[in-house]
Design a protein around this ligand. Structure first.
Ligand code: ADP
Length: 577
């Protein structure tokens, strides 16, 4: 039963095109031109059986040939637009001709016109559709007038029986054509409706769940912040700070995931390939997750990494690759309480296969496909229901892997564990191609000495400014503040001893883009580092285009900020003593 369904399905896809590469109108058009071709051939047979004139049979053969040609162009060469024009033009021409050689309205040509009208409705849009509908009516009314005024202008059938047979046979064929088209439209409509409803339900569940996902870490952050006020021991303080930090990181990850989903939906997520040392990626992953597990003493999990050993350099988007592996590792930790998590990669000829294997709760067979859908959490599982999550991690991972040029999949035995795996194309690269800025600086920044230097911080938010001031305090740097872009420009003009500007982007009166442009006119060599909460693709480029030398995104990571400041101030380095 399933096999025959699959055969029918692949036959339909072969004739109409798959949903991924063909729009709905395009697929309709493929169906229509295909069925038009089939009907053309049947009509030729009828003509032969009814011994119609050679002229009529040849004309019908011509229509059938054009339908097949258009079907080929549209379905296999993807020339939908060209196909539309050819079919519309020739049908207008041929149908009028057939009308006269096939006994006008007493023959079956008006049925043909009905099918033609449907074609216009489906494949033309906007102004062109109205134009062709108008032309169609003018055409048919003209035929009516000609038939009334010149009754002898259409060629009659040799006898009434032939006429009746031709009309009825054609009638059945056009009913079949209309039926096929209608069924196609209805099936697609129903499928789209079900998909929209399901997506809507999932979205509602996601939004409801989101409130929970935000409140839970917020509860921990606000709760432990209050406890920090109390007179508590050093150990307790450290524990509370760790909890606040972990929950803030979780919240940030959630926000980044949501931004990624919207970028993916808007088609804005871009892959930026550079040379990447896979062993570095795997070892960074290992140490990050070992640290995460230290904070979860209730779990008894060993993490193991299997790599090529002495480093494999490939061209890919390291950041996105790391993001996919991190997502899979987070899930592995989330759904495993004891045992092992093994992650690694194995290079093949054309692709590299990565995997994350766990000894966790596993996934039932029936959920294996849907877990990669957006917003899909498997809430029926009691053990999964307890787990936090929004159901977007795997959907993002799947999209990222596809953008990287690979495929993602899962093997799992319920109750025993799962193995998520994905591939990326293998594009070997040489180690020396790793750019210097891609390697994290090995120097620490805890001893950065900036005494005698002056930094201007342009920041309208008091708390943000206070944070930056406190983060830079130990370096001994002299800080001045501007509350908007205009003040920043004025301060740079007045204070020639400013060494660097930290520039917020969204500020009142004058934004960071404009202020940076003016500052660069005054002092082209003064480093300006943007710090902004903008996160969409292109924002970074916009900031750099405005003249900023570098960019840190909010929430600002102190270490990253200090490293950039060190780079631009070229600080002499170590603090004495
Ligand atoms: P979530 O935020 O809910 O983890 P994901 O998209 O990452 O969302 O995962 C979707 C679902 O897939 C999860 O709700 C869970 O049921 C299942 N899942 C993902 N990874 C694992 C795993 N390693 N073991 C068992 N189940 C998993």
């Amino acid at each position: 039963m399933n096999a025959s369904k699959n055969i029918i399905r692949s036959l339909i896809v072969f004739h109409t095109g798959d949903e991924k590469n063909f729009s709905l109108e395009h697929r309709f058009f493929n169906v229509i031109s295909y069925v038009g071709g089939v009907i053309g051939v049947l009509t030729i047979l009828i003509n032969v059986i009814l011994r119609e004139s050679l002229l009529l049979t040849l004309t019908t053969a011509m229509v059938a040939a054009i339908c097949w040609l258009v079907f080929y162009l549209s379905r296999f060469r993807k020339k939908f637009k060209l196909g539309k024009w050819i079919l519309t033009f020739f049908i207008f021409a041929f149908f009028n001709y057939i009308f006269f050689i096939n006994n006008g309205s007493r023959g079956p040509v008006l049925y043909l016109y009905m099918a033609f009208f449907l074609l216009i409705l489906i494949v033309w849009q906007g102004g062109s559709r109205w134009f062709f509908i108008g032309l169609f009516y003018v055409n048919v009314i003209t035929l009516l007038i000609i038939e009334m005024k010149f009754p002898g202008s259409t060629k009659p059938y040799p006898d009434e029986t032939t006429r009746l047979l031709d009309v009825y046979l054609s009638y059945f064929m056009y009913i079949a054509l209309l039926g096929i088209i209608l069924m196609f439209v209805l099936n697609n409509y129903i499928r789209e409706k079900i998909r929209a409803e399901r997506s809507d339900n999932l979205k509602s569940a996601f939004l409801a769940n989101m409130s929970h996902e935000i409140r839970t870490p917020m509860n921990a952050i606000l709760g432990f912040t209050q406890l920090l006020n109390k007179d508590i021991s050093k150990e307790k303080r450290e524990t509370y700070i760790r909890i606040i930090n972990e929950n803030s990181q979780g919240l940030l990850r959630l926000i980044e995931d949501i931004i990624d989903v919207s970028k993916i939906e808007a088609g804005e997520l871009e892959i930026k390939e550079k040379v990447c040392n896979l062993d570095d990626v795997m070892h960074r992953l290992e140490s990050n997750f070992n640290r995460i597990l230290e904070g979860q003493p209730e779990k008894n999990i060993e993490i193991r990494v299997e790599t090529a050993g002495d480093g494999l350099f490939v061209k890919t988007d390291c950041f996105r690759l790391q993001q996919v592996l991190t997502n899979l590792m987070h899930n592995a930790v989330k759904y495993t309480s004891t045992g092992k998590i093994i992650t690694g990669y194995s290079p093949g000829n054309k692709e590299i296969r990565f995997f994350v294997k766990d000894t966790g709760i596993g996934i039932r067979e029936e959920y294996m496909d849907v877990i990669f859908d957006r917003f899909r959490k498997i809430e029926t599982e009691p053990s999964a229901r307890m787990q936090p999550g929004t159901g977007i991690g795997l959907a993002i991972s799947k999209n990222l892997v596809n953008l990287l040029g690979g495929e993602i999949g899962v093997h799992s035995t319920y109750g025993e564990g799962s193995e998520f795996f994905f591939t990326i194309p293998y594009k070997p690269a040489a180690a020396h191609m790793v750019r210097n800025e891609d390697i994290l600086p090995v120097n620490g920044v805890s001893d950065l000495d900036l005494s005698g230097r002056k930094i201007l911080i342009a920041e309208d938010e008091r708390t943000n400014f206070f944070f930056l001031k406190k983060a830079l305090e130990y370096t001994g740097v002299n800080i001045i503040r501007a509350r908007n872009g205009k003040e920043a420009v004025d301060l740079v003009r007045e204070n020639t001893e400013i060494d660097l500007v930290l520039m917020d982007i969204l500020m009142p009166e004058m934004d960071g883009y404009e202020a940076t442009g003016l500052i660069k006119k005054l002092r082209p060599r003064l480093p300006v580092i943007a710090q902004t909460a903008l996160a969409m693709e292109g924002d970074k480029e916009k900031v750099l285009e405005a003249g900023c030398d570098a960019y840190v995104s909010k929430p600002v990571r102190i270490r990253e900020l200090l490293q950039i400041i060190r780079k631009y101030l070229d600080a002499p380095g170590e603090r004495p003593g």
